[in-house]
Design a protein. Sequence first.
Length: 355
Amino acid sequence: MARLMLACRIIATPAYQRILNVYSRFALSAATPHAQNTITQSIAADMDAVNTVIRQRLHSEVPLVNQIAEYIISAGGKRIRPVLVLLLANAYGYKGTAHHELAAVVEFIHTATLLHDDVVDESSMRRGRQTANALFGNAASVLVGDFLYSRSFQMMVSLENMRVMQILSDATNVIAEGEVLQLLNMHDPDVSHESYLTVIRSKTAKLFEAAAELGALVAGASHAQVAAAGEYGRSLGTAFQLIDDVLDYAGDAAEIGKNVGDDLREGKPTLPLIYLMEHGTLAQRELVRTCIEQGDEQHFDAVLAAVTSSGALDYTRREAETAARRASEAIADLPDSLYKDSLLQLCRFAVDRNH
Protein backbone atom coordinates (compact mmCIF):
# COMPACT_ATOMS: atom_id res chain seq x y z
CA MET A 1 0.00 0.00 0.00
CA ALA A 2 2.86 2.39 0.80
CA ARG A 3 4.33 1.75 -2.66
CA LEU A 4 0.98 2.47 -4.29
CA MET A 5 0.50 5.73 -2.37
CA LEU A 6 4.03 6.91 -3.25
CA ALA A 7 3.52 6.09 -6.93
CA CYS A 8 0.26 8.01 -6.99
CA ARG A 9 1.91 11.09 -5.48
CA ILE A 10 4.74 10.96 -8.02
CA ILE A 11 2.59 10.77 -11.12
CA ALA A 12 0.23 13.44 -9.86
CA THR A 13 2.94 16.10 -10.08
CA PRO A 14 2.75 18.61 -12.98
CA ALA A 15 6.34 17.86 -14.02
CA TYR A 16 5.58 14.17 -14.41
CA GLN A 17 2.45 14.89 -16.42
CA ARG A 18 4.47 17.08 -18.80
CA ILE A 19 6.83 14.15 -19.39
CA LEU A 20 3.90 11.87 -20.17
CA ASN A 21 2.51 14.37 -22.67
CA VAL A 22 5.84 14.39 -24.51
CA TYR A 23 5.81 10.59 -24.69
CA SER A 24 2.30 10.49 -26.08
CA ARG A 25 3.03 12.85 -28.95
CA PHE A 26 5.93 10.77 -30.23
CA ALA A 27 4.61 7.26 -29.83
CA LEU A 28 6.28 5.68 -32.86
CA SER A 29 9.42 7.80 -32.89
CA ALA A 30 11.92 5.74 -30.95
CA ALA A 31 12.89 3.46 -33.83
CA THR A 32 14.78 5.08 -36.64
CA PRO A 33 13.36 8.59 -37.07
CA HIS A 34 13.48 8.21 -40.86
CA ALA A 35 11.41 5.02 -40.75
CA GLN A 36 8.91 6.65 -38.39
CA ASN A 37 8.51 9.69 -40.61
CA THR A 38 8.04 7.56 -43.72
CA ILE A 39 5.43 5.33 -42.11
CA THR A 40 3.33 7.88 -40.25
CA GLN A 41 3.66 11.10 -42.21
CA SER A 42 0.62 10.33 -44.37
CA ILE A 43 -1.56 9.70 -41.29
CA ALA A 44 -0.22 12.40 -38.94
CA ALA A 45 -3.62 14.11 -38.63
CA ASP A 46 -5.30 10.76 -38.00
CA MET A 47 -2.79 9.90 -35.28
CA ASP A 48 -3.50 13.22 -33.57
CA ALA A 49 -7.21 12.43 -33.71
CA VAL A 50 -6.61 8.98 -32.22
CA ASN A 51 -4.59 10.48 -29.37
CA THR A 52 -7.51 12.81 -28.67
CA VAL A 53 -9.92 9.88 -28.56
CA ILE A 54 -7.59 7.99 -26.24
CA ARG A 55 -7.41 10.92 -23.83
CA GLN A 56 -11.17 11.35 -23.82
CA ARG A 57 -11.95 7.66 -23.40
CA LEU A 58 -9.38 7.09 -20.67
CA HIS A 59 -11.33 9.22 -18.25
CA SER A 60 -12.77 7.54 -15.18
CA GLU A 61 -14.34 8.84 -11.99
CA VAL A 62 -11.83 6.67 -10.11
CA PRO A 63 -8.53 8.59 -9.83
CA LEU A 64 -6.32 5.50 -9.63
CA VAL A 65 -7.75 4.21 -12.91
CA ASN A 66 -6.83 7.50 -14.57
CA GLN A 67 -3.33 7.47 -13.11
CA ILE A 68 -2.34 3.93 -14.06
CA ALA A 69 -4.03 4.05 -17.47
CA GLU A 70 -2.27 7.34 -18.22
CA TYR A 71 1.04 5.90 -17.06
CA ILE A 72 0.95 2.90 -19.37
CA ILE A 73 -0.74 4.56 -22.39
CA SER A 74 1.68 7.48 -22.34
CA ALA A 75 4.77 5.32 -22.05
CA GLY A 76 5.50 5.62 -25.75
CA GLY A 77 5.76 2.42 -27.76
CA LYS A 78 5.44 1.95 -31.46
CA ARG A 79 1.62 2.15 -31.70
CA ILE A 80 1.84 -0.23 -34.64
CA ARG A 81 -1.65 -1.67 -34.17
CA PRO A 82 -3.50 1.68 -34.36
CA VAL A 83 -1.28 2.61 -37.29
CA LEU A 84 -2.48 -0.51 -39.12
CA VAL A 85 -6.12 0.50 -38.66
CA LEU A 86 -5.44 3.97 -40.03
CA LEU A 87 -3.24 2.93 -42.95
CA LEU A 88 -5.59 0.20 -44.19
CA ALA A 89 -8.65 2.41 -43.86
CA ASN A 90 -6.97 5.18 -45.85
CA ALA A 91 -5.55 2.73 -48.38
CA TYR A 92 -9.12 1.70 -49.21
CA GLY A 93 -10.28 5.30 -49.47
CA TYR A 94 -12.13 5.76 -46.17
CA LYS A 95 -13.24 9.36 -45.49
CA GLY A 96 -15.06 9.07 -42.14
CA THR A 97 -13.88 9.14 -38.52
CA ALA A 98 -14.84 5.70 -37.19
CA HIS A 99 -11.29 4.48 -37.83
CA HIS A 100 -10.08 6.83 -35.08
CA GLU A 101 -12.35 5.13 -32.57
CA LEU A 102 -11.31 1.68 -33.78
CA ALA A 103 -7.62 2.55 -33.58
CA ALA A 104 -8.11 3.67 -29.97
CA VAL A 105 -10.02 0.46 -29.19
CA VAL A 106 -7.16 -1.64 -30.52
CA GLU A 107 -4.64 0.35 -28.48
CA PHE A 108 -6.71 -0.10 -25.31
CA ILE A 109 -6.91 -3.86 -25.83
CA HIS A 110 -3.17 -4.02 -26.45
CA THR A 111 -2.46 -1.95 -23.34
CA ALA A 112 -4.68 -4.18 -21.24
CA THR A 113 -2.73 -7.23 -22.40
CA LEU A 114 0.54 -5.49 -21.46
CA LEU A 115 -0.71 -4.78 -17.95
CA HIS A 116 -1.75 -8.39 -17.48
CA ASP A 117 1.38 -9.80 -19.17
CA ASP A 118 3.72 -7.90 -16.91
CA VAL A 119 1.96 -9.26 -13.84
CA VAL A 120 2.08 -12.84 -15.13
CA ASP A 121 5.71 -12.51 -16.22
CA GLU A 122 6.72 -10.59 -13.07
CA SER A 123 8.37 -8.02 -15.35
CA SER A 124 9.94 -4.92 -13.84
CA MET A 125 10.77 -2.83 -16.93
CA ARG A 126 8.96 -2.03 -20.16
CA ARG A 127 9.62 0.75 -22.69
CA GLY A 128 12.63 1.86 -20.68
CA ARG A 129 10.93 2.45 -17.34
CA GLN A 130 9.25 0.61 -14.48
CA THR A 131 6.24 -1.51 -15.35
CA ALA A 132 2.92 -0.50 -13.84
CA ASN A 133 2.90 -3.55 -11.60
CA ALA A 134 6.37 -2.72 -10.29
CA LEU A 135 5.22 0.80 -9.48
CA PHE A 136 1.62 0.29 -8.35
CA GLY A 137 1.44 -3.39 -7.46
CA ASN A 138 -0.13 -6.40 -9.14
CA ALA A 139 -3.71 -5.95 -7.96
CA ALA A 140 -4.04 -2.39 -9.25
CA SER A 141 -2.44 -3.30 -12.60
CA VAL A 142 -4.77 -6.25 -13.21
CA LEU A 143 -7.87 -4.24 -12.30
CA VAL A 144 -6.95 -1.30 -14.53
CA GLY A 145 -6.25 -3.78 -17.32
CA ASP A 146 -9.80 -5.03 -16.80
CA PHE A 147 -11.04 -1.43 -17.00
CA LEU A 148 -9.30 -0.93 -20.34
CA TYR A 149 -10.78 -4.15 -21.70
CA SER A 150 -14.30 -3.16 -20.65
CA ARG A 151 -13.88 0.40 -21.91
CA SER A 152 -12.75 -0.92 -25.29
CA PHE A 153 -15.93 -2.98 -25.53
CA GLN A 154 -18.06 0.05 -24.64
CA MET A 155 -16.39 1.89 -27.51
CA MET A 156 -16.81 -0.86 -30.09
CA VAL A 157 -20.50 -1.31 -29.21
CA SER A 158 -21.05 2.41 -29.82
CA LEU A 159 -20.08 1.85 -33.48
CA GLU A 160 -23.12 -0.43 -33.91
CA ASN A 161 -21.35 -2.77 -36.31
CA MET A 162 -21.75 -6.46 -35.54
CA ARG A 163 -18.79 -7.46 -37.74
CA VAL A 164 -16.51 -5.09 -35.80
CA MET A 165 -17.64 -6.65 -32.52
CA GLN A 166 -17.13 -10.14 -33.93
CA ILE A 167 -13.57 -9.41 -35.04
CA LEU A 168 -12.56 -7.82 -31.75
CA SER A 169 -14.33 -10.28 -29.45
CA ASP A 170 -12.80 -13.19 -31.36
CA ALA A 171 -9.39 -11.53 -31.16
CA THR A 172 -9.51 -10.97 -27.40
CA ASN A 173 -10.60 -14.56 -26.86
CA VAL A 174 -7.77 -15.94 -29.01
CA ILE A 175 -5.26 -13.67 -27.27
CA ALA A 176 -6.38 -15.00 -23.89
CA GLU A 177 -5.99 -18.57 -25.16
CA GLY A 178 -2.51 -17.68 -26.40
CA GLU A 179 -1.56 -16.40 -22.97
CA VAL A 180 -2.67 -19.66 -21.40
CA LEU A 181 -0.79 -21.68 -24.02
CA GLN A 182 2.35 -19.71 -23.28
CA LEU A 183 1.86 -20.33 -19.57
CA LEU A 184 1.62 -24.07 -20.24
CA ASN A 185 4.84 -23.90 -22.30
CA MET A 186 6.82 -22.17 -19.57
CA HIS A 187 9.80 -24.19 -18.33
CA ASP A 188 9.16 -26.85 -20.99
CA PRO A 189 12.30 -27.40 -23.11
CA ASP A 190 10.46 -29.82 -25.42
CA VAL A 191 8.07 -27.28 -26.96
CA SER A 192 7.97 -27.82 -30.72
CA HIS A 193 8.48 -25.24 -33.45
CA GLU A 194 4.84 -25.48 -34.53
CA SER A 195 3.54 -25.25 -30.97
CA TYR A 196 5.51 -22.09 -30.44
CA LEU A 197 4.24 -20.53 -33.68
CA THR A 198 0.70 -21.25 -32.49
CA VAL A 199 1.42 -19.17 -29.39
CA ILE A 200 2.80 -16.32 -31.52
CA ARG A 201 -0.20 -16.33 -33.85
CA SER A 202 -2.59 -16.31 -30.89
CA LYS A 203 -0.83 -14.05 -28.42
CA THR A 204 0.78 -11.45 -30.68
CA ALA A 205 -0.24 -11.73 -34.33
CA LYS A 206 -3.98 -11.96 -33.68
CA LEU A 207 -4.36 -8.32 -32.66
CA PHE A 208 -2.25 -7.22 -35.66
CA GLU A 209 -4.63 -9.26 -37.82
CA ALA A 210 -7.71 -7.74 -36.22
CA ALA A 211 -6.37 -4.19 -36.55
CA ALA A 212 -5.69 -4.65 -40.27
CA GLU A 213 -9.08 -6.26 -40.86
CA LEU A 214 -10.86 -3.43 -39.07
CA GLY A 215 -9.16 -0.80 -41.19
CA ALA A 216 -10.24 -2.50 -44.39
CA LEU A 217 -13.71 -3.31 -43.06
CA VAL A 218 -14.57 0.24 -41.98
CA ALA A 219 -13.58 1.45 -45.46
CA GLY A 220 -16.09 -0.90 -47.10
CA ALA A 221 -13.53 -3.32 -48.56
CA SER A 222 -14.76 -6.62 -49.98
CA HIS A 223 -14.66 -9.86 -48.02
CA ALA A 224 -11.58 -10.96 -49.98
CA GLN A 225 -9.85 -7.62 -49.32
CA VAL A 226 -10.59 -7.80 -45.60
CA ALA A 227 -9.17 -11.34 -45.55
CA ALA A 228 -6.04 -10.16 -47.38
CA ALA A 229 -5.63 -7.36 -44.86
CA GLY A 230 -5.94 -9.93 -42.09
CA GLU A 231 -3.20 -12.04 -43.65
CA TYR A 232 -1.02 -8.96 -43.89
CA GLY A 233 -1.53 -8.17 -40.19
CA ARG A 234 -1.06 -11.76 -39.06
CA SER A 235 2.21 -12.16 -40.96
CA LEU A 236 3.48 -8.75 -39.88
CA GLY A 237 2.72 -9.56 -36.24
CA THR A 238 4.57 -12.85 -36.55
CA ALA A 239 7.61 -11.06 -37.95
CA PHE A 240 7.54 -8.55 -35.11
CA GLN A 241 7.42 -11.26 -32.45
CA LEU A 242 10.24 -13.27 -34.01
CA ILE A 243 12.48 -10.21 -34.05
CA ASP A 244 11.52 -9.59 -30.42
CA ASP A 245 12.80 -13.12 -29.75
CA VAL A 246 16.11 -12.22 -31.39
CA LEU A 247 16.41 -8.93 -29.52
CA ASP A 248 15.82 -10.61 -26.17
CA TYR A 249 19.26 -12.15 -26.68
CA ALA A 250 21.05 -9.82 -29.08
CA GLY A 251 19.44 -6.49 -28.21
CA ASP A 252 20.48 -3.66 -25.93
CA ALA A 253 18.35 -3.04 -22.84
CA ALA A 254 18.52 0.73 -23.31
CA GLU A 255 17.21 0.40 -26.87
CA ILE A 256 14.62 -2.35 -26.51
CA GLY A 257 13.21 -0.82 -23.31
CA LYS A 258 13.22 -4.01 -21.27
CA ASN A 259 15.72 -6.29 -19.61
CA VAL A 260 17.72 -8.45 -22.03
CA GLY A 261 17.36 -12.10 -21.09
CA ASP A 262 13.84 -11.78 -19.67
CA ASP A 263 12.63 -14.74 -21.75
CA LEU A 264 15.34 -16.97 -20.32
CA ARG A 265 14.65 -15.80 -16.77
CA GLU A 266 10.96 -16.60 -17.24
CA GLY A 267 11.70 -20.04 -18.69
CA LYS A 268 10.17 -19.20 -22.08
CA PRO A 269 11.21 -21.55 -24.89
CA THR A 270 11.29 -19.03 -27.76
CA LEU A 271 12.37 -19.89 -31.30
CA PRO A 272 16.15 -19.35 -30.85
CA LEU A 273 16.14 -21.85 -27.99
CA ILE A 274 13.84 -24.28 -29.83
CA TYR A 275 16.22 -24.20 -32.80
CA LEU A 276 19.17 -24.83 -30.49
CA MET A 277 17.37 -27.77 -28.88
CA GLU A 278 16.90 -29.27 -32.35
CA HIS A 279 20.28 -28.46 -33.92
CA GLY A 280 22.76 -27.71 -31.15
CA THR A 281 25.48 -29.89 -29.73
CA LEU A 282 24.72 -32.19 -26.83
CA ALA A 283 26.34 -29.75 -24.42
CA GLN A 284 24.34 -26.85 -25.84
CA ARG A 285 21.08 -28.78 -25.62
CA GLU A 286 21.78 -29.74 -22.01
CA LEU A 287 22.57 -26.13 -21.16
CA VAL A 288 19.34 -24.86 -22.72
CA ARG A 289 17.25 -27.61 -21.13
CA THR A 290 18.53 -26.72 -17.69
CA CYS A 291 18.08 -22.99 -18.19
CA ILE A 292 14.50 -23.33 -19.48
CA GLU A 293 13.51 -25.75 -16.73
CA GLN A 294 14.99 -23.59 -13.99
CA GLY A 295 14.49 -20.12 -15.47
CA ASP A 296 18.24 -19.68 -15.12
CA GLU A 297 19.54 -16.31 -16.33
CA GLN A 298 22.87 -16.74 -14.58
CA HIS A 299 24.11 -18.64 -17.64
CA PHE A 300 22.79 -16.01 -20.06
CA ASP A 301 26.22 -15.31 -21.56
CA ALA A 302 26.73 -19.00 -22.31
CA VAL A 303 23.28 -19.29 -23.87
CA LEU A 304 23.88 -16.14 -25.91
CA ALA A 305 27.13 -17.60 -27.23
CA ALA A 306 25.32 -20.82 -28.12
CA VAL A 307 22.37 -19.24 -29.96
CA THR A 308 24.84 -17.04 -31.84
CA SER A 309 27.39 -19.67 -32.86
CA SER A 310 24.75 -22.27 -33.74
CA GLY A 311 22.97 -19.95 -36.15
CA ALA A 312 19.78 -19.91 -34.03
CA LEU A 313 19.49 -16.12 -34.09
CA ASP A 314 20.15 -16.01 -37.84
CA TYR A 315 17.53 -18.70 -38.38
CA THR A 316 14.96 -16.81 -36.32
CA ARG A 317 15.68 -13.63 -38.25
CA ARG A 318 15.23 -15.50 -41.56
CA GLU A 319 11.87 -16.80 -40.34
CA ALA A 320 10.89 -13.23 -39.54
CA GLU A 321 11.94 -12.11 -43.01
CA THR A 322 9.81 -14.88 -44.53
CA ALA A 323 6.80 -13.71 -42.51
CA ALA A 324 7.41 -10.12 -43.59
CA ARG A 325 7.48 -11.21 -47.24
CA ARG A 326 4.13 -12.95 -46.76
CA ALA A 327 2.75 -9.71 -45.40
CA SER A 328 4.00 -7.77 -48.42
CA GLU A 329 2.56 -10.32 -50.82
CA ALA A 330 -0.83 -10.21 -49.08
CA ILE A 331 -1.36 -6.58 -50.12
CA ALA A 332 0.08 -6.89 -53.63
CA ASP A 333 -3.32 -6.10 -55.16
CA LEU A 334 -3.83 -3.01 -53.00
CA PRO A 335 -3.89 0.13 -55.22
CA ASP A 336 -0.65 2.10 -55.19
CA SER A 337 -0.66 4.99 -52.71
CA LEU A 338 1.36 6.58 -49.94
CA TYR A 339 -0.57 4.36 -47.52
CA LYS A 340 0.44 1.19 -49.33
CA ASP A 341 4.05 2.41 -49.37
CA SER A 342 3.85 2.85 -45.61
CA LEU A 343 2.43 -0.65 -45.16
CA LEU A 344 5.33 -2.08 -47.16
CA GLN A 345 7.77 0.03 -45.17
CA LEU A 346 6.35 -1.48 -42.00
CA CYS A 347 7.32 -4.92 -43.29
CA ARG A 348 10.93 -3.78 -43.66
CA PHE A 349 10.87 -1.99 -40.32
CA ALA A 350 9.61 -5.15 -38.60
CA VAL A 351 12.80 -7.06 -39.43
CA ASP A 352 15.36 -4.25 -39.57
CA ARG A 353 14.62 -2.62 -36.20
CA ASN A 354 16.89 -2.78 -33.17
CA HIS A 355 14.25 -2.36 -30.50
